[in-house]
Design a protein around this ligand. Structure first.
Ligand SMILES: Cc1ncc(COP(=O)(O)O)c(C=O)c1O
Length: 383
């Protein structure tokens, strides 16, 4: 057994980030400034979008996207229960109503046919979630959106490297929000980015994300002399700091090299677990790049002789940390009570919620760490 606990999703921090953070501290400019501008430009180029605006979380990015898209009371927004609560909370905070539709049992992704069936005259937007780094069926979703005149706001918290049929996620829908939370494939501690090809959305996100103060108000204390600003909207405090961008710049520079390592670990897991009585991630869809953010095992009591939670507990005792992504939104107290959801409303999401467990998958893992995870999983399941 390992003597040190393997933390799930531990970030890989290198000297380059540390030096850049120190440089930021020494510069005396910690808030939104030149490093954020550089990070936005590098992220924009990496994604290939027209605009990229840094924010202090993906949650903030989703909320701002929905605000600038004009969503509000009386509107309905279709999304999936198989996501993190932030997706649905962002909809609720605009005053709009989330309308959940079930996901596919194998891919965990929103089912386009169910989107179509859930559209009403009040529907304004679709929020696909590229869970685990796997792209949703964007051809089908964009086709529905075009025919029914809906906006598409993508939750790409897991999908920085994801490509769908030659197009990077972040260039397909109207607005896309990414996460740089500590467990993500690029981290800034807390942080996020919105990409869009639409200049009016980009301008508004920039302004609404900093109190609604007129453009470039963050420069008001710079060496160009004090600048007055006007408040043009009751906005939010969602801006990213240079301290955060200092980390993100170097994380982003390594993202593709890290994806190769993530992919190696993914394939090693696939081979090692092929004969075990567990469900493995579905194969990749043709002509897509999966961001390899989360590797999930499906633990079925009938097949494995233990529940998912028992399995996690046993891994924990062997010093291996795990995560659950996710217990469906419809199973949480608030949404269950407010929207009257029951588990049977979304049978696939309920099925996944009971079985899914994410095991460590990070470029920080050494070969020995990967072997430890494999041995622990095999030992538990063969007992
Ligand atoms: C699918 C999904 N959406 C949104 C978020 C929110 O991201 P953040 O923590 O950057 O606000 C997360 C975070 O885990 C997520 O997994």
């Amino acid at each position: 057994m390992r003597d040190q606990f393997l933390v799930f999703g531990a970030p890989q921090i290198e000297e380059a980030e540390i030096n850049e953070v120190v440089d930021c501290l020494r510069s005396g400019w910690l808030g939104t400034g030149p490093k954020v501008a550089r990070f936005e430009e590098q992220f924009r180029q990496y994604i290939g979008a027209e605009y990229a605006i840094a924010v202090n979380s993906c949650t903030a990015g989703l909320h701002l996207s929905m605000i600038v898209a004009g969503l509000g009371p009386g509107d309905e927004v279709i999304t999936t229960p198989m996501t993190f609560c932030a997706t649905v909370n962002s909809i609720i905070h605009t005053g709009a109503t989330p309308v959940l539709v079930d996901c596919d049992r194998d891919t965990f992704l929103i089912d386009p046919q169910r989107i179509e069936d859930a559209i009403t005259p009040r529907t304004r937007a679709i929020v696909p979630v590229h869970l685990c780094g796997r792209p949703c069926d964007m051809d089908a979703i964009m086709d529905i959106a075009a025919r029914r005149n809906l906006l598409v706001i993508e939750d790409a918290a897991h999908a920085i490297e994801t490509v769908y049929k030659g197009r990077k996620v972040g260039t397909i829908g109207d607005l896309t929000a990414f996460s740089f939370y500590v467990t993500k494939n690029v981290i800034t501690g807390e942080g996020g980015m919105v990409t869009t090809n639409r200049p009016n959305f980009a301008d508004k996100i920039k302004v609404y994300g900093l109190h609604g103060m007129s453009k470039d108000a963050w420069k008001r204390y710079s060496d160009e002399g004090y600048k007055h600003y006007q408040v043009v909207f009751p906005g939010f405090k969602y801006n990213m700091m240079d301290l955060q961008a200092a980390i993100g710049l170097h994380q982003l520079a390594r993202v593709d090299e890290n994806l190769k390592r993530r992919n190696e670990i993914w394939q090693t897991y696939n081979r090692a677990f092929a004969d075990l009585p567990v469900g493995l991630p579905a194969p990749d869809e043709p002509d897509t790049v999966h961001a390899r953010h989360l590797y999930t095992l499906m633990i079925d009591k009938e097949r494995c002789g233990m529940t998912r939670d028992e399995f996690m507990q046993r891994l924990y005792k062997l010093n291996i940390g795990t995560g659950v992504h996710y217990v469906g939104v419809h199973l949480h107290a608030y949404y269950r009570e407010r929207f009257d959801y029951c588990p049977e409303d979304f049978p696939n999401a309920t099925w996944i919620s009971k079985r899914t467990v994410s095991i460590p998958l990070s470029p920080k893992l050494s070969g020995a760490d990967v072997e430890d995870v494999i041995e622990a999983v095999k030992n538990i399941l063969r007992q």
